[in-house]
Design a protein around this ligand. Structure first.
Ligand code: XIL
Length: 461
């Protein structure tokens, strides 16, 4: 990722001139210049202001009215999670996710994707899986969901909540973690291969206090990913605060230190329990912290009205249950209107060493099949997505042989595999054995090294 700081520099200069002018005449900026909605106020400094949206509430006119008026970024609260999008293995369900995505996009809003891989809210079939089968199922899920939404998602929470609470600073135990410590980077690589245009984020909670072991653990992972070229663009701070988990005084330091690693930071699920001016001040402080960090690109609150919150009893949001603006709303809007360090527009472009090449292989002939590969290569590794197309007869099984000369295959999904280098053969698994005449199915694999020259050939079996 290459940073070009020159465009950042301009914004503070303009801001300084404006402040100086007002300062000289001792006149406060006229209220008419202040934006009157959260989204518009955030846009003044190149940021967004978003909310979580629940598909079940899209028929509520008060809810939709506030959503359309105030926010310019949307996260599906539950509808793009693993259990929602893949209720049965390799049967995908995007109805509710699409409802939220389309509502947002029709209103000109952008969408954060949440979440591709997580120990929680897994579908039942996945909860009992382990080992290679689970690793492949997870990678297939990441690939399929990110491919389905390709080009429509601003940023994906690729992996959610993978670190343990408490003093260890290490990973949380989970079925995904037990597939091997590299599961997180494997998920990021698969997501990059599927949707190279989406920013890829790691998202977690209790990572707000710079002194906490958990924060340090996530920081070291991001540092390691950046140093090895694992594709990561952003870190999400859920920021669910209450008296047991208060806004830390070093919150801005935390955001800045992560940003200094060369990633964007985002506040992804903000809610702060409380009421009145105490709550308002906390929302104001969190907003100011983001605005003080040039790579803090936006804030998302985890719901619209208090009654919409996953912890409604804590009244942690910006609108009361009737949809009225709370003191917390005004404090947030004022902090956004006060402005901050401009974001760097060039940092919103995802740059990687990715090259995508497509190689067409053998001619199917009658009853045969063809295999084409789409290769996503970065410095040290690649993800190959292989499309199997049936010829003029239906297939009841297939085999694809690829030449892996300068690389080692580390994992594969939606196919059985023999070997990991040289001539590697992939055969169908049960659910993708049958391909109708002219139809297609896909499988994929990931490797370290150079994936060029795979030259896959397909045969019926
Ligand atoms: C919550 C939703 O708000 C609830 O509706 C659901 O029952 C549980 O999940 N961290 C996350 C979010 O990343 O996905 C969670 O959302 C809240 C904690």
């Amino acid at each position: 990722m290459k940073l070009t700081p020159k465009s950042v520099a301009l914004i503070p200069i303009i801001a300084t001139v404006a402040t100086a002018a007002f300062g000289a005449t001792l006149i406060a900026p006229p209220a008419a210049n202040a934006a009157t909605t959260l989204g518009a106020a955030a846009q003044q400094s190149g940021r967004y202001f978003g909310t979580a949206v629940a598909a079940g509430r899209l028929g509520d006119s008060t809810y939709v009215g506030i959503l359309n008026r105030e926010f310019d970024m949307v996260t599906a609260e539950n509808e793009m999670k693993m259990d929602a999008t893949e209720p049965n293995q390799n049967q995908f369900s995007f109805g509710n996710g699409d409802r939220i995505l389309n509502q947002a996009r029709n209103q000109g809003k952008r969408v954060r994707g949440h979440a591709l891989a997580w120990h929680s809210q897994q579908p039942g079939w996945m909860q009992n899986m382990s080992g290679t089968a689970l690793r492949n199922a997870m990678l297939n899920h990441v690939t399929q969901v990110a491919t389905y939404y390709k080009g429509k998602i601003y940023a994906w929470d690729v992996v959610n909540e993978a670190y343990a609470d408490g003093g260890s600073g290490g990973r949380r135990d989970s079925n995904l973690q037990r597939t091997g410590n590299d599961w997180i980077e494997a998920a990021f690589r698969a997501a990059r291969a599927a949707d190279p245009g989406a920013k890829l984020c790691y998202n977690d909670y209790n990572t707000d206090n710079w002194s906490d072991a958990k924060t340090q653990g996530v920081y070291r992972m991001v540092q390691d990913f950046k140093s090895r070229g694992v594709p990561i663009d952003c870190v999400g701070f859920q920021s669910h605060f209450n008296n047991n988990s208060p806004v830390p005084s070093n919150y801005q330091t935390t955001l800045q230190n992560f940003a200094n690693l060369g990633v964007d930071v985002q506040i992804t699920e903000l809610d702060i329990e409380g009421s009145g001016s105490a709550q308002a001040q906390k929302f104001g402080n969190v907003t100011k912290a983001c605005l003080a960090v040039s790579r803090c690109t936006g804030i998302t609150v985890w719901g619209i009205r208090d009654s919409d919150s996953w912890r409604a009893s804590g009244t942690p949001l910006l609108f009361d249950s009737s949809g009225n603006k709370k003191a917390a709303y005004n404090a947030t809007l004022d902090a956004l209107n006060a402005g901050g360090t401009g974001t760097d527009p060039t940092s919103t472009t995802t740059t990687t060493t990715t090259t995508t090449t497509t190689t067409t292989s053998n001619n199917p002939g009658t009853g045969g099949c063809t295999a084409t590969v789409s290769l996503n290569q970065w410095n040290e590794g690649f993800v190959a997505t292989v499309k199997v197309t049936a010829g003029s007869s239906a297939l009841s099984g297939w085999a694809v042989t690829a030449t892996v000369s300068n690389a080692t295959v580390t994992s594969s999904w939606s196919a059985n595999r023999s070997g990991n280098s040289g001539s590697v053969t992939f055969t169908n698994v049960d659910y993708n054995a049958n391909v109708p005449a002219g139809g297609t199915t896909e499988f994929g694999f990931q490797g370290s090294g150079n994936g060029s020259g795979l030259n896959p050939s397909c045969s019926a079996r």
